[in-house]
Design a protein around this ligand. Structure first.
Ligand code: IPE
Ligand code: IPE
Ligand code: MG
Length: 262
């Protein structure tokens, strides 16, 4: 190794590929409306984008992909739309799980599933069992998920432990709270993408997105294809993540050269 040009960097502050990508899949209704079709046509079309992004994630080396499919607030939509979303979820599980399993994808559903129809809960359970040992990609589908629900649920569990006398409130730290949230075993999202033009989190991963890089695009979810996804990943690779430090504290040789490669 040439000491004038150190090539080895122990911790690259900006790995080129995000370990965990989270996506707010928004814009299905508007996509359909633009074509004079019912909103549900947009939801159906959106399944194709899910396939494209799952496939591209596995190819590009993303280890975890979390997709926001249905929020805890989406129950407030018209009953007919909610019903169709539930049916679509059922049929997507039926149609996709075998292929996901063949492609070594582990599927997990996060959110309060107790509100779902019994049959759907059963199907989710079966899909998680079938794919539980897969390792190529962790695919998390957030359904009846809300960031506030996640935090409230964690707070309740901690309070129960205190009440049972097995936890000292003074021992509660950030790590312990994290360990009671929906995906304690996985890293926080590095990149959070929202399609459909809105620039808000809509109660998605609130705690876990503290240091996520945010990427907003006007592309509507059914139009979000592999190329659009690669554009978001390329944008991420040009970011500098500082976590409160100064730019020069995190800047490294490999970082600069990595940027040059993008
Ligand atoms: C996102 O698309 C899908 C869900 C929230 C289930 P929308 O249905 O919100 O589509 P827009 O935002 O109305 O276009
Ligand atoms: C966020 O989209 C939820 C999902 C994509 C599942 P919404 O369409 O529900 O968000 P708002 O209502 O515009 O904030
Ligand atoms: Mg929307």
């Amino acid at each position: 190794m040439n000491s004038a040009h150190p090539a080895v960097v122990i911790a690259d502050p900006t790995p080129l590929v995000p370990c965990h990508v989270a996506v707010i899949m928004d814009g299905n209704g508007r996509w359909a409306k633009q074509r004079g079709r019912p909103r549900t046509a947009g939801h159906r079309e959106g399944v194709k984008s899910v396939r494209a992004v799952v496939e591209a994630s596995a190819k590009r080396g993303v280890r975890t992909l979390t997709l926001f499919a249905f929020s805890s607030e989406n129950w407030q939509r018209p009953r007919s739309e909610v019903n169709i979303l539930m049916e679509l979820f059922m049929s997507a599980l039926r149609g996709e799980v075998r292929r996901l399993n063949e492609n070594d994808v582990r599927l997990r559903v996060i959110g309060d599933r107790s509100a779902f129809p019994e049959r759907l809960q059963q199907r989710i359970h079966e899909a998680e069992e079938l794919t539980g040992e897969n390792t190529r990609l962790n695919l998390q589908v957030a359904a009846n998920y809300g960031g506030r629900w996640d935090l409230t649920h964690a707070a309740r569990r901690l309070a129960e432990d205190v009440q049972r006398g097995v936890l000292d409130p003074g021992a509660i730290d950030e790590q312990m709270l994290t360990s009671h949230l929906s995906f304690p075993d996985l890293p926080d999202p590095d990149l959070l993408i929202r399609t459909g033009g809105e620039q808000r989190l809509s109660n998605f991963v609130l705690w876990q997105s503290a240091y996520s890089e945010l990427y907003f695009t006007d592309v509507l979810w059914p139009d979000f294809d592999a190329a659009a996804y690669h554009q978001a990943l390329d944008d991420f690779a040009r970011r500098q993540r500082r976590y409160g430090k100064l730019g020069e504290q995190v800047e490294t040789t490999s970082h600069a050269s990595a940027r040059g490669r993008v």
